[in-house]
Design a protein around this ligand. Structure first.
Ligand code: SAH
Ligand code: F3S
Length: 482
């Protein structure tokens, strides 16, 4: 068994997608969400066909592509700094280098990049990556190139992604694109377009390919995975117009997850992100039923105040969210739950903020991703509401939320002390060359002495100690997931 895994890992290195006949060099950099990282793998695949190999050295690149994020102003500022850096390299070292902006900033700012930021040669939105070869031709012929058209049906289901910076064990597989939810603070519906789902067989095909290459864990990705719905193609919002036959043979998220779990019993599955309003009980039963579907749900809520949730156009109240949490705890005992929170949304009062704190206490989240509100141009909140919570109040509330979550996270991590947990080994521990690092089903990191185990092994680990977010232990044997 060990030998088999070893060979699979070596096989993986062979497919590091370096094609000898390719002479041009692509430097591709990604910011923002997992979907962007996954998209960059699609882009790398398209560019490999165009004669490019990826490089980690910016200065030697013929083409630089930066996959951008618009979610908060800070993300955009970071990327602008990077563009300045590319500009300097182009000016001082490599004048032939071409620079392209991909992703959400490309979609949001469109031709502003070509007009104002002279350094950018091409601008490509999230649904236009297949047009990259044509756009590059335009650039080579001395013209600026732009395609920011959003699509009704593009899912890149027919592109086999090149895995970038991969450990050969974990992979993202995107299952939906776009979002129809229109949360009033969020730029995503504008930059990524309407929601559409990818054909189940192409998803299963991609996972099969990953399995054949030795991958052990897949995270199914979408802005809102619970609203996955395949009925033969087309937008989620047009499902009502589908034929009876299409409706009868449609596949929803719970069914897709179950298909994955059954077809690949020795592979672990995670998914991200869930939206409380679309999460159905069936999904919880699938998680509970299949040991290879991880006991972990990322369930962003944004605020604990029903009034603020309404202003955010989230389609549930505080109480409905708490009911969903109760249901998760009942159906999947011990399930890890994490949150996204925003502090200082317009009109948020101290009372609303207290509601957020008390919700965190109620749920006892394992961890969370917390942000202060950043107004995004074009969103409903930007158009209709004044950004009226002072910056220092937003920051103070954020700190209170972070502090509380940290305290609860530590308590949650401590529950594994003395237990034996199943760890998938992902990489060498950053702190010690003598230790492996991996994750348990509940998404907590665990480290332990390497002994004879290898990356990609599923191992039982006895937890002897912990820090706030890491379990420390020792291996006690292989699990039967191998
Ligand atoms: N459903 C998505 C959410 C995308 S945005 C997903 O797949 O993750 C990720 C998180 O960023 C949101 O849940 C929210 O907490 C935060 N966020 C989005 N817009 C924001 C804004 N304008 N200001 C601050 N935080 C924001
Ligand atoms: Fe954004 Fe809300 Fe969709 S946070 S991605 S509009 S679910």
């Amino acid at each position: 068994m060990e030998k088999e895994i070893d060979e699979k890992i070596q096989g993986q290195t062979l497919v590091l997608e370096h094609k000898n006949e390719n002479t041009k060099k692509l430097f591709i950099e990604s910011y923002g969400c997992a979907m962007n990282f996954s998209d960059s793998e699609i882009v790398a695949s398209i560019m490999t066909e165009q004669g490019y190999n990826t490089t980690q050295i910016l200065e030697e690149a013929d083409l630089v592509l930066v996959n951008t994020c618009s979610i908060r102003d800070k993300a955009e500022q970071t990327i602008r700094k990077r563009l300045e850096k590319y500009n300097a390299v182009k000016r001082d070292i490599n004048p032939k280098m071409k620079v392209g902006v991909l992703g959400c900033m490309a979609e949001r700012l469109k031709d502003q990049f070509l007009e104002q930021e002279k350094i950018v040669d091409l601008v490509v939105g999230p649904d236009a990556y297949k047009d990259l070869p044509n756009l590059l031709k335009e650039v080579e012929e001395g013209r600026d190139a732009i395609n920011v058209i959003l699509s009704k049906d593009e899912t890149y289901g027919d592109v086999s992604p090149v895995r970038l910076n991969s450990n050969g064990i974990n992979a993202f597989v995107s299952i939906t694109r776009g979002c129809d939810n229109m949360c009033t603070f969020c730029v995503v519906p504008f930059t990524r377009g309407r929601e559409r789902s990818r054909e189940p067989q192409s998803i299963i095909g991609e996972i099969q390919d990953l399995w054949d290459k030795g991958f052990k864990e897949v995270c199914l990705l979408g802005q809102n995975v619970d609203s996955y719905l395949w009925y033969g193609g087309g937008l989620k919002k047009d499902f009502d117009k589908a034929s009876e036959m299409q409706k009868a043979t449609s596949v929803d998220f719970a069914q897709l997850l179950e298909m994955c779990a059954i077809q690949f019993p020795k592979m672990r599955f995670r998914f991200s992100t869930s939206n409380p309003q679309d999460m159905h009980e069936e999904v919880l039963h699938v998680i509970a039923k299949y040991p290879n579907v991880c006991n972990y749900i990322h369930l962003p809520v944004q605020s604990g105040s029903t009034r603020i949730l309404k202003e955010m156009n989230r389609q549930h109240t505080r109480e409905e969210y708490m009911e969903l949490i109760d249901k998760i705890k009942l159906i999947i005992p011990g399930c890890s739950i994490s949150q996204d929170m925003i502090t200082g949304f317009p009109t948020e009062t101290e009372e609303d903020h207290q509601d957020t704190l008390s919700l965190i206490e109620y749920v006892q989240y394992d961890f969370g991703y917390m942000f202060s509100y950043s107004e995004r141009p074009g969103t409903m909140a930007a158009r209709k509401m004044e950004d009226d919570v002072p910056e220092e109040v937003k920051k103070r509330r954020l700190q209170e939320v972070v502090d509380l979550q940290q305290k609860i996270s530590e308590e949650r991590t401590s529950r594994f002390l003395g237990q034996t947990v199943e760890v998938l080994i992902e990489r060498e521990s950053k702190k010690s060359k003598a230790e492996w690092s991996g994750r348990i089903s509940e998404n907590v990191v665990a480290v332990f002495p390497k002994e004879h185990y290898k990356i990609g092994d599923f191992v039982w680990v006895k937890v002897n100690n912990y820090t706030s977010a890491t379990l420390i232990g020792e291996a006690v044997g292989y699990s039967d997931m191998n």
